[in-house]
Design a protein. Sequence first.
Length: 620
Amino acid sequence: MHCVKKITSDLVWVGANDRRLAMFEGVYSVPDGVSYNSYLLLDDKTVLFDTVDTAVGRRFFENVAFALDGRQLDYLIIQHMEPDHSATLDELILRYPDVKVVCNAKTLAMIKQFFDFEPDAHIVKENDTLNTGRHNLHFVMAPMVHWPEVMVTYDSTDKILFSADAFGTFGALNGAIFADEVDFNADYMNEARRYYTNIVGKYGTQVQALLGKASALEIEMICPLHGFVWRKNLSDFISKYALWSVYEPEEKGVMIAYASVYGNTENAAEVLSCMLREKGVKTVMFDVSVTPASEIVAAAFKWSHIVFASTTYNAGIFISMDEVISDLVAHNIQNRTVAIIENGSWTATSGGLIREKLEKCKSINILEQSVSIKSALKAAGLSELEAMAEAIAADFPCATTGIANKGDGKTANIDTNAMFKLSYGLFVLTAKDKGKDNGCIINTTIQITSTPLRISIAVSKANFTHDMIVNTCEFNVSILDTSAPFKLFKQFGFQSGRDVDKFAECDYNDRTVNGLRYLHEYSNCVIAAKVVDSYDYGSHTLFIADVTESFVLSNIPSVTYQYYFDNIKPKPQPKIAGQDGEKKKGFVCKICGYIYEGDTLPADFICPICKHGAVDFEPL
Ligand code: FEO
């Protein structure tokens, strides 16, 4: 049975997924499968963009026949001749003998290399166009992304880039077709990086050339030959390509790859990793004998620093480490700081040999602080490791430990009152889950980018609204204005939606397009947003979200945290206990006025009213 996906009103995905393939190109494991994408444009003329691997040929031909619905196939545009996209070319031509192949001269030569026929071909070159009725297709050469004959096609009518191997990812599509239908960052970004680095990582210059050409085009959708179609947040993925293609790391941190026969080299790598963590430096570790080389290559493209730790084997580098380093050199790894640990029970040679290999790469800074171990780590080796860790950590001035004690031996003071000088706004955050509306007060809404229009909010996990957002990934922010009365803060801030209906007193039921409520009084603006990412920071979750709707309600100034304290919040009035007039002992919440009675306030105390912690209390 056919299995197609509609992409636009006249463009259909007719590709297929393969989850049985063990090794893509015979070398890259694909534990989550791979998709072979082919697209059929149903214009006045019908146009197929590439074919598929023979492994999924049967489904592909069912899909093409279904999508054509009895029409003839007019054009086959061949963008890439690698057999995962062209192996079914001969059968396609047998089934659709009148189809005209559209390709460049290099592709035609390759067709004759792979097959024993020469198709009826229309040869195109850079900037040639093909009109198919409503659509105008422009051909853009992209040599070496990934083979020399590769070209991409730009549909200027619908602003779609058919990008061949570029912007692909490993992994089957699992029923989705658009990247925004899945949690791409969490579930597919690692595989997108592994795909890029291993398939086209070597050809950064050529990828840069293609990105340069693409930057002159107005692109609203990208249709690659593997993985998801991109119709939203294209700049997110394009910016990854911009980094990868110039071999710049994505994150500051250390990838430690080690080869160890009896665990002693591994032990040195582990000790180094602990030392680095104690200095606040992020580390990831791979045993090169266990982790596929393609994953280590991808990680090397991600992290800023690399440590290779290898035992000596047959007077050389340990076999699997030798392969990984050769792979990295072949993929043109550049712009990294590298440190080397070697081990050898009689003559340790692996370190020098690793250095020789890496010296062929551009802009690799190999640290002088190397470590040479004889059989197992001893006190002298420990000192060398500490020196290596110090040298690496010197590149991480923002590491999270030790900052408060830097400089003249003075200990820095942290006065939490400084936080109250930040120019926070105040907002009612609303969400809806399982038919229930709820909201809470937050002071942490920030615009983080304009393209795409994206905001962040930090929400206490103690809030019911927090859990609703986790479940639904949608929320509204009503920006409070200076007309907001204290009772509004009590309504949304001093009680829990788990116990009460916070909207019970509202005599209106205004909702944004996403179906969530918002405040049309005491609020000058509403922003609706959909979560695209979230980060767990212990007591709070930081949600990153795309704005899906926004509108202004009035020109009344927004309320600030300071305005709230000066003009809205009643001043806390410590109660007088007993007839002797003695003041009660205790602490008052600076946020909501709740009074905790007692001599000492527990450090982990959370205000039962507004959920702020002990730092926001002061003695009565
Ligand atoms: Fe998916 Fe270079 O082929």
